[in-house]
Design a binder for this molecule. Structure first.
Ligand SMILES: Cc1cc2nc3c(=O)[nH]c(=O)nc-3n(C[C@H](O)[C@H](O)[C@H](O)COP(=O)(O)O)c2cc1C
Length: 230
């Protein structure tokens, strides 16, 4: 008797709903599933910022493929100033969540909130927010080395790599989000002992979305594009 597909299978199959899917190309998934790859344009169209995840692990082979894609991004003078810090230790992910909540509570107190009930409500809201942001099985902190050859280009280089990473993740069926302020740099610096010679570009979860968000409103491409003169 055929087994019921897991939620992960179903979500992955959702990937195949669009045109241009290559199913069964390299059989690489760690759990023996055939890979489901999207065309580049499908991945571009279907990428969404995802802020709540299922706990399903990301197979090592998928993670490797995603990180290898990030390392294919162009950089200024080919300087490749990145470090990709992979965080998959559940204790560290919980520590990040706790630190985000603590920081949020400090800010709440600084804004003058003193009443116990208000503080408790604020803490609950923060816990709900950050337990969702930090519900993925794996995070990648995209960093650049301040001592690179062309440090003034590091932010561009790092952001491009993060873009490649997010598209590669989407092509394999995973959600991501380019997090800056939502998971404060100082929190990641402290919890993950990031040294001063590294600048954080972003931190992104990688995981199966709890559900794929709808498409946020986007202006039509023609709005942005002018030909020959502005
Ligand atoms: C530079 C930059 C910073 C961002 N910072 C955050 C952030 O701190 N938290 C967050 O939830 N999303 C963040 N995002 C994601 C955006 O909110 C998201 O891309 C935007 O709402 C459009 O949604 P989409 O990615 O699904 O198209 C950031 C994106 C960029 C490019």
């Amino acid at each position: 008797m055929a087994e019921h597909p897991s939620r992960r299978d179903v979500l992955r199959a959702g990937v195949a709903a669009g045109a241009g899917i290559i199913l069964g190309s390299p059989a690489h998934a760690a759990d023996g599933e055939p890979a489901a790859e999207m065309t580049l344009f499908d991945a571009v169209k279907r990428r969404r910022s995802v802020r709540r995840f299922l706990p399903d692990p990301v197979p090592e082979e998928d993670l490797k493929q995603i990180l290898k894609a990030a390392c294919m991004a162009p950089t200024s003078g080919n300087q490749q100033p990145w470090r990709f810090l992979v965080v998959d230790d559940p204790a560290l992910i919980r520590a990040l969540e706790d630190a985000c909540v603590r920081r949020g509570m400090e800010q709440t107190r600084q804004q003058g909130t003193t009443e116990t009930a208000h503080l408790a409500a604020a803490e609950e809201r923060l816990r709900t927010r950050f337990s969702a942001y930090l519900s993925a099985p794996v995070y990648v902190v995209v960093l650049t080395n301040n001592g690179s050859r062309y440090p003034s280009y590091n932010e561009k280089d790092g952001s491009l790599a993060a873009g490649y990473l997010m598209l590669a993740a989407r092509a394999l069926g995973y959600g991501t989000v380019f997090c800056t302020d939502s998971i404060a740099e100082e929190v990641t610096r402290e919890v993950l002992s990031i040294p001063d010679n590294m600048t954080r570009i972003c931190i992104t979860p990688i995981g199966m979305p709890d559900k794929w968000p709808g498409r946020p409103s986007k202006k039509p491409w023609r709005y942005f594009v002018k030909r020959n003169s502005l």
